[in-house]
Design a protein around this ligand. Sequence first.
Ligand code: FAD
Length: 457
Amino acid sequence: MRLGVMLNRVFRLKHNPLFDEVISYQSEIEKLYVIVPIEDMSDAAEIKKNHYYEVVQGFIDALKHHHIHPFIVPYEGLAEFVRKYDLTHILMPNDIMSYHLDIYDYPHVKLAFEKRDIQVIGYRVNHYFRPGNTLNQKGEPYKVFTSFYRANRPQLMRHDKPLDSYKQIVQYAEKGTNETKIQWQQSQDMECRAREAWMHFLAEDITHYKALTDDVSQSDVSRLGQYLAYGLLDIHEVINDLLDGYEADEVNYEAYLREIMFREFYYVLMTYYPNTATEAFSEKYRQMKWSHNEAHFEAWKKGQTGYPLVDAAMRKLNRTGYMHNRLRMVVSQFLTKHLFIDWTKGEAYFRQHLLDYDNASNVHGWQWSASTGTDAVPYFRVFNPIRQSERFDKNGYFIQSEVKELEGVSSKYIHEPTKYQKDLKTQYQVIIGTDYPKAIVDHQAAREYVMTQFKQL
Ligand SMILES: Cc1cc2nc3c(=O)[nH]c(=O)nc-3n(C[C@H](O)[C@H](O)[C@H](O)COP(=O)(O)OP(=O)(O)OC[C@H]3O[C@@H](n4cnc5c(N)ncnc54)[C@H](O)[C@@H]3O)c2cc1C
């Protein structure tokens, strides 16, 4: 066989099952092409684009350091590449959902190769569970998270995988001709940085995990999502570490494992219901008449809604490509329930900005908030952004770190500046409507409107 191994978003040398898989074909390999396909990031936010190139460049350099010279090929050039080198087989991940564009996912790429008579070998590299092994007694995916969790949590166990089979690849791999040069010059060993950060989280922060999830003013949580989105860490390695440390603090470790199970749950759902990437899981809500108010959408994107917690969260996303889970729930509820704008628009905006973008978690996170998904928040439960702010950013520290116009404002006024505009003017010389926007919608009125819209369907 003339085998191409596609390494996109499995940007690690250690614990890389694609390398193990290549070795299992060693007796049949005539030629081996290590391919790093490059995604088109032209519509991604700068922060995401730069991060992607930094990670890819770091990985390419790490491969070269170990004498593996990959072929760097843009997705659009893959057809020509496989023709030129007359590939017979492609080995690629079949479960990655963090690509920037959905045309790079397994079903699309597989089809394109098969049309050219290339045999595709798909391999699960980024999730713990094989979707077919997680089903209920009727042989269907669980639609409620707690049932999925109860049934599948006992299956989590240690898996020891070979660490360094990449060392054996060198003897088979053809030397890449660098068909494409990527634009990024700086190089960092991101795999190493991710492992260090993960180790630091395990050593310092996991024992406060539950507290961290309830206080958005604390540092970012584990950022594991980002490492998994680029395949810098192996999910099996992560679970091994969590099971190893478990007895030291069962409450926090279990809380963390539960979140990892959420990721698996959404992955299984997306595998079985790929249509939900663009349409409501719940059929009756597919007819929803969403608002097309562009001014509202722009205000949400820019963090100019007049709701400080929402604005701080959106500004942080725009600035860093990261947002705390609690804040993702707040801003997605705000867009869909207060502004009544279609969740797919928010989903697309998150795709452009989030460094840890993952289609399954993002789509289902959005559908949860919009009440259109499976196991979603009921439509009559509309988060009040002011109460959320008082509860999860009690002292307003997070707001002040992003909304500089409200710097120094006391926690009494900071959560609801429109209500306290007179006090802000006299005590802080902050003019609401000039220095910082007036609330663009009223919470109670928005809540009543959304209820009537849902009740109609
Ligand atoms: C509207 C919305 C959009 C989201 N979009 C994404 C996305 O694109 N990519 C993404 O990885 N997660 C997404 N999430 C889930 C969650 O917010 C992030 O996984 C988490 O905030 C990432 O930060 P962290 O790694 O520091 O999280 P931590 O709190 O440290 O969690 C650890 C890991 O558990 C998993 N996890 C935690 N919460 C969830 C959850 N609710 N659903 C699925 N997995 C979870 C993730 O892999 C995460 O990295 C979204 C949630 C919502 C409400």
